[in-house]
Design a protein around this ligand. Structure first.
Ligand code: 2BA
Length: 108
């Protein structure tokens, strides 16, 4: 079994959760905040059996789109004085996905 930790954009989260649930995946949604943009995003925890792992990854890849976003993100360190007011453009997403092996799974 694997645990998929998928950080996705809020705009994609609703459709993604619906698609995963319709295919029988269990999903937990967390409201999270990106460290760079300091904007809201969504983190999904999805526990999947090994034989359904690829199907789950495929749904995530299919439904999460990358978007260009302009921001005046709060900068840290030496860059603060030089660039703090300059808008910058970044490409966010589709999805940032971490895959962990699950040692044990129990429901009580
Ligand atoms: P944020 O940290 O708000 O980052 C949003 C986007 O800003 C990133 O998109 C990336 O394109 C850009 N970005 C991030 N750090 C940057 C930096 N130091 N300099 C220039 N541009 C930077 P994504 O890479 O698609 O990441 C989307 C969200 O996924 C991130 O939101 C963060 O919440 C999460 N994330 C990405 N990589 C991560 C990691 N290694 N560990 C944990 N969370 C991660």
């Amino acid at each position: 079994m694997k645990m998929i930790v998928a950080i996705v954009q809020d705009e994609d989260s609703s459709r993604l959760i619906s698609a995963l649930m319709n295919d029988g995946f269990g999903v937990t949604k967390l409201a999270t905040t990106g460290g760079f943009l300091r904007a809201g995003n969504t983190t999904l925890l999805i526990g999947v059996d090994d034989d359904r792992f690829e199907a789950c990854m495929h749904i995530i890849e299919k439904l999460c789109k990358s978007r260009r976003q302009v921001t005046t993100a709060p900068l840290t360190g030496a860059a603060v004085n030089m660039y703090a007011q300059m808008p910058i453009e970044v490409t966010v997403g589709g999805a940032t996905v971490f895959v962990l092996n699950v040692e044990q799974f129990a429901k009580f």
